[in-house]
Design a protein around this ligand. Structure first.
Ligand code: HEM
Length: 124
């Protein structure tokens, strides 16, 4: 990924422990979301939270290594639209608010994830 993390981002989001707490909250909210919850109904919450934690920890400049499939492979055949992607981002913002992450740091996290729309949005 070409995007460099903002200085201090990994520490500001509470390092791996804080990111894991964020992702546990996020996966619960994803499953409950009226727009995209169905797509996560059979998803193992522990596994998804763990994979997202490693991914965001790594992108944010932390000492983690994401070992899962690349984003294109992971979302192949899922019929994900831009609206689905936007809904997921909104759910993540709600989780980041709930965890007290500042607006500036939220935007820095989102900047790392935004380029993934290319590989996760499969319906255009
Ligand atoms: C920034 C955007 C996104 C990121 C960073 C992301 C990241 C991930 C990661 C890391 C996995 C786990 C891959 C694995 O271990 O096999 C995953 C799986 C998945 N993602 Fe995404 N994703 C994004 C967008 C979306 C969107 C927009 C949807 C649909 C609304 C979606 C639906 C799913 C589903 C259904 C799975 C499979 C979960 C399972 O194992 O059942 N993703 N995603």
């Amino acid at each position: 990924y070409p995007v460099q993390p903002a200085p201090g981002l990994y520490q500001a989001v509470g390092e791996k422990t804080g990111i894991r707490a964020l992702m546990d909250d996020f996966v619960v909210r994803l499953k409950a979301d009226s727009r995209i919850g169905d797509q996560f109904k059979d998803t193992n919450a522990e596994n998804l939270a763990s994979q997202l934690t490693d991914q965001v920890c790594q992108l944010a400049g932390g000492p983690c290594v994401y070992k899962g499939p690349d984003m294109k492979t992971a979302h192949e055949g899922m019929e994900i639209t831009r609206a689905h992607f936007n809904a997921l981002v909104e759910v993540l913002q709600v989780s980041m608010d709930a965890k007290g992450i500042s607006f500036q740091r939220q935007n820095q996290i989102l900047a790392l994830l935004a380029p993934m729309h290319r590989d996760t949005v499969t319906v255009r």
